[in-house]
Write a protein that binds this ligand. Sequence first.
Ligand SMILES: N[C@@H](CCC(=O)N[C@@H](CS)C(=O)NCC(=O)O)C(=O)O
Length: 221
Amino acid sequence: MANENVKLLSMWASPFCMRVKVALAEKDIAYEEILEADLMNGKSELLLKSNPVHKQVPVLLHDDKPIAESFNIITYIDEVWPSKSFFPTDAYEKSRARFWANYIDRKVHPAGRAIWSSPTEEVEAAKKEFLDILMYLDGTLGDKDFFNGDTFGFVDILLIGLTSWFPAYEKYGDFKIEDHYPKLAAWITRSWARETVSGSLTSPEKITNFVVMMRKMFGLE
Ligand SMILES: N[C@@H](CCC(=O)N[C@@H](CS)C(=O)NCC(=O)O)C(=O)O
């Protein structure tokens, strides 16, 4: 889409930025990505000014107006560029989409992080917690292609943005999602086959190397 003044304050390893990039790609919105160099050692003036409350990426700048929090940004994108809505039209189905998106937001990333960042004796419990969380997602996905049914929508976007990190969770938790939830694993493969996803997400290899570096920094290896 031409003539839109859209910028994304971003960081390459952030799963929250990745999901916003997928949403922008799904709506075919051209944007400029402005990468934070190193969030752990300092933040740009633009980020601090645009998200003074949380000081986190992602922030979407639309005509220089800042929108923060990935859930909120993706909802905004859907409202401002309404063609090919991310949500079902039925109010009840829409509420279910928001319910699962909220569940993903609250649960998946912290549980995954606990797997690679915990001391060895706590990894088994962290892995169990993560797999228990995925169990509900696998259950609600069922035999559908995507969480909405046939179309890739809000819940898919919220979850797929986190999946670049999954191979690192599998490595440090010593498990394969596919062995536990083949339908969810097939959904990951199906979703990554979309150009809007593969073109927006950082490769799992690059994320796993980043995790190795952070584990060294935390004294875990
Ligand atoms: N709830 C936020 C989470 C964003 C978030 O955690 N961003 C991280 C990068 S993955 C960040 O900016 N961290 C820097 C900090 O917290 O100081 C969202 O969904 O946008």
